[in-house]
Structure formats: structure tokens, C-alpha cells
Design a protein around this ligand. Structure first.
Ligand SMILES: [Zn+2]
Length: 483
């Protein structure tokens, strides 16, 4: 109603001014009817009237050009903008509500009372609907204008000082830089804009620092290696054993195998920093290997004929790191300081006979070791035990631990029925207490070949295979040789 009343008042004012304009024009233009008057007054009076009329015409024209009817928008009685028509007000309210909804992430309705008054205003005071929308948003207490820090498009924080936000970011970067750093960047997209934001946004600088330097937990896996235990793996990754087990419901505490893949926690900084360092260092250069054929060696065997020496090189490289952890390296310059010399390796080309030694030793029988190498008490006295006793049922096949030549096969005192194999490198293996012998002295045997049957001949307490390893005639612990 107020709108309409004001509107008609404005119209009346314009109407009145137009009427005045017409009335005054009559007095000037209708010259013939005024001849009597012309005779009564001196010419200066008419010139004056003419001038006055011209001033009025000019003023009205100027008014019509500069002024226009428009709508003043008031919020809570306070004028905030003037627009051309009421449709612009509706459009602006919708636009403002939509924008505030986006900022706050929830529906928003302009609750403040908006009054519109029609009036004549100077044309240049009239604004467009988007400008009115901005003025409306300025009236919303839960929204404010500020510098906004966005990371990967997400609003993280706001502050009145752009410099303060930039300083926090710079401090984060500096942690990972040194004199050699030529580049430092965040791995996420950083944007600082000046815009509307929720008044609830985090503004405290030290809290913003905490947010940006906080660690996020990320899923990662760990592959178990020899010697690992669940508790060690947990502690190495900053976890409790119970946490590790709950992340791995498939895992059983009493069983951990090499190669098992476990889920672990990995801390990833919220805002990772990628740096590039330009570094110089010296590096060993491996001796290149030169192979030569050797007919005195079996295929698959090789030996070093001449050991080369390592060289040294001066390296200039760009090292890319993420949070201080090296990701990649690009060599810029590699200058030799000292050249390496070649290592010459003879490579066997002679066909390998089946009975040739591999230099690896297999278990002659499989079974429980009842006695190891060392002092032991047997038959009422303590004496030195020269090998392994491997329990096995009577008649079990005893196999050659490696290929070689049988250098003894027969009865030998406490050993009972004994086989000795001399291998290509001179190492000897003994197989004692056999019930029967399957090979004879001088025979060549291959690795795994049946050479005897388990028994308890000689000085024994039961069926087993006594196995010995001798290198250059001296007794060795077979455990160091068996694979
Ligand atoms: Zn024994």
C-alpha cells in the first residue's frame, strides 16, 4: 500500500510540474491574443518573461533527462539501494537467497522486512539487480566478506588479512626447503579469493596452521619380510597391536608368513609440499663386467678372473621430494672424476655332467635331527659328535647331498656302513650307519642320487643317518651348508 501511495504522489508531482510548464508556455506563445498587453508594457518586460520561460523549459527538460521514477529498497527502514522496477527487487532477493544458500550450505530465506518506495531519483543512482543482491547479502549476519582460503576448491579458512593466510602457507613450505631448494609448491590447488563466506568459518591463524599441518590417516599396505612380527610391524607404523589386528581381520596372531600383505595406517599431511632441490654430490661408479668364455668351467658356473675397481663421478641432479621424502631424481650432469676399470668374469661353456657338483647341499634324508654337532654324552662317556643324526625309518633311501665322486663305500668302525662323497671343490660328505650301500668307490654320483639305505650299523642307538661335512679334512657344522 505504502508503495502505491508513494507512487501516486510521485506521479502527481510530475503532473503538477508539467501543468505549470504548460500554463507558463501559453503566456509566451499566443502572441496575437496579447497585442493589447504588448502595447501596455515596455519591451524589456517581454524579454524578461521570455527568458524566464526558457529557463523553466530548460529546467524541466534537464529534470526529465536526469531524473527517473525508481524504487527505493529499504531494509528494516534503512534504504540500501534504488532499482528500476519491482521485478529487479524480486530477482535480487532470489539471487541473494541462492547465493547465501551456497555459502552456508543450507536453505536461506530473507527474513528482514523489505519496503519498496517509488520515487523520483537521479538516474545514476539506479542499480542493477545483482548490485542490490550484493547489498542484501551484506545485511545477512551469518555471512561476511573476507579473504577465503580454498584447497582443491574446498573452503578451509577465512581471514581479513590475505597476507596472514599467505604467511601460514609460506611457513608450511619453508619447513621442507633448504639452500638447495629451487622450487616449492603444494600438491593441492590453492586459491585465495575475496568473497562472501560463512561468518562461522575458521579465522584463527594458529588454528588454520594446525589444520593445514595436520596429518590425515590414509590406507597403505605393508608386505611382511623375514623376521617380522605383528607387534614389531605395529610399532614401526605407530600403531597398537590391536589396531593392526583390527585393520587386518583376516590375519591370525599365531601365523605371519613372509609376503603377507597387511593393511597399515599411514599419516599423510593435509597439505603436502612438493620441493625440488638442485644438488651436487660424488657417486661411486660400478666396475663394468666383461665376460669371457671359459671351456674349463661348466655352463652356469663363472669366476672372477680380474677384479676391476670402482670409479667416481660428480653428479648434479634435481631431486623431487614430497614432504621431504624423495619421489624422483633427474640427473642434470654426470662428470667422471675417476674412470672405473672392468671386472673380467670367466663364464663356463662346458656342458655340465649330471654328476658335477653344484656347491649346494641337500638333506640326505628328511627327518628329525636327534643330535647336532658338538660334545654329547653317549654310552656313559662324553665325546665329540662330528655331524648331524637325522632320525629315519630303517630302509629309507639316503641321497647324495651334492654331485661328486664316491671316495669310500664300505665298513668303517663306529660309522658302520659308510659312504664318503668327494665333491668337485674338495668338500666331502659322510653318510654313516647305513643298512646297505648302493654305490661303490670310484663311482660318480649326481645330486639327489640314492646311495644307501638307513640302518643302525656301527656305534648307534637306533635307525638314523649320520651326516657329516668336511672341508679340507676338518669337520664343519652341516647346518651351515644344508639348504
Ligand atoms: Zn652320529
Amino acid at each position: 500500500m505504502r508503495n502505491k501511495i508513494s507512487n501516486s504522489r510521485q506521479h502527481k508531482a510530475i503532473y503538477d510540474s508539467l501543468n505549470n510548464f504548460q500554463n507558463s508556455s501559453k503566456g509566451v506563445n499566443v502572441k496575437t491574443k496579447c497585442t493589447g498587453i504588448l502595447q501596455r508594457y515596455p519591451p524589456s518586460v517581454y524579454i524578461g518573461l521570455l527568458c524566464a520561460s526558457l529557463i523553466v523549459i530548460m529546467s524541466l527538460t534537464l529534470f526529465a533527462i536526469s531524473y527517473s521514477q525508481a524504487y527505493e529498497v529499504n531494509i528494516e527502514g534503512k534504504p540500501i539501494a534504488v532499482v528500476e522496477n519491482t521485478a529487479a527487487v524480486e530477482k535480487a532477493v532470489m539471487q541473494a537467497e541462492l547465493q547465501v544458500k551456497e555459502i552456508l550450505g543450507k536453505e536461506y530465506n530473507m527474513e528482514k522486512s523489505i519496503d519498496i518506495n517509488a520515487r523520483m531519483v537521479k538516474r545514476d543512482q539506479i542499480v542493477q539487480s545483482d548490485e542490490l543482491a550484493a547489498a542484501l547479502i551484506d545485511q545477512v549476519e551469518t555471512v561476511e566478506q573476507s579473504y577465503i582460503l580454498k584447497i582443491d576448491g574446498e573452503i578451509i579458512a577465512a581471514n581479513d588479512s590475505k597476507t596472514a593466510i599467505e604467511a601460514v602457507l609460506e611457513d608450511l613450505k619453508v619447513q621442507y626447503t633448504n639452500d638447495a631448494t629451487v622450487e616449492a609448491d603444494f600438491t593441492k590447488d590453492i586459491e585465495i579469493t575475496y568473497d562472501y563466506v560463512s561468518a562461522q568459518s575458521e579465522k584463527d591463524i594458529s588454528t588454520i596452521t594446525d589444520i593445514l599441518s595436520a596429518n590425515m590417516e590414509d590406507g597403505a599396505t605393508y608386505t611382511a619380510v623375514k623376521g617380522d612380527t605383528y607387534s614389531q610391524i605395529a610399532s614401526n607404523h605407530g600403531m597398537k597391536l590391536s589396531e593392526l589386528m583390527s585393520l587386518n581381520p583376516q590375519a591370525s596372531l599365531d601365523r605371519l608368513m613372509v609376503g603377507d600383505i597387511l593393511n597399515i595406517k599411514k599419516e599423510v599431511p593435509f597439505l603436502p609440499v612438493k620441493t625440488v632441490d638442485k644438488v651436487s654430490y660424488t657417486e661411486d661408479v660400478d666396475s663394468p663386467v666383461k665376460y669371457i668364455d671359459d671351456s674349463s668351467l661348466y655352463i652356469g658356473d663363472s669366476k672372477i678372473v680380474m677384479q676391476g675397481t670402482k670409479g667416481e663421478a660428480s653428479i648434479q641432479a634435481l631431486i623431487t621430494k614430497v614432504n621431504g621424502m624423495e619421489e624422483s631424481k633427474a640427473i642434470l650432469q654426470n662428470t667422471s672424476i675417476t674412470e672405473p676399470t672392468a671386472t673380467v668374469v670367466a663364464k663356463g661353456i662346458a656342458p655340465r655332467p649330471k654328476t658335477a657338483s653344484y656347491g649346494t647341499y641337500l638333506w640326505p634324508v628328511s627327518g628329525t635331527v636327534t643330535s647336532g654337532t658338538g660334545n654329547r654324552y653317549l654310552f656313559g662317556t662324553t665325546n665329540y659328535h662330528s655331524g648331524l643324526d637325522i632320525a629315519a625309518p630303517y630302509g629309507t633311501t639316503v641321497k647324495a647331498s651334492d654331485g661328486g665322486k664316491v671316495t669310500f663305500s664300505g665298513w668303517k668302525g663306529d660309522y658302520g656302513n659308510l659312504v664318503i662323497i668327494t665333491h668337485d671343490n674338495g668338500t666331502q660328505t659322510y653318510y654313516a650307519h647305513n643298512s646297505s650301500l648302493l654305490v661303490s668307490k670310484g663311482e660318480k654320483v649326481y645330486q639327489g642320487q640314492a646311495i644307501a639305505k638307513v640302518g643302525s650299523t656301527g656305534r648307534t642307538t637306533g635307525n638314523h643317518s649320520h651326516f657329516e661335512v668336511r672341508v679340507d679334512g676338518s669337520i664343519k657344522n652341516p647346518y651351515s651348508y644344508l639348504v
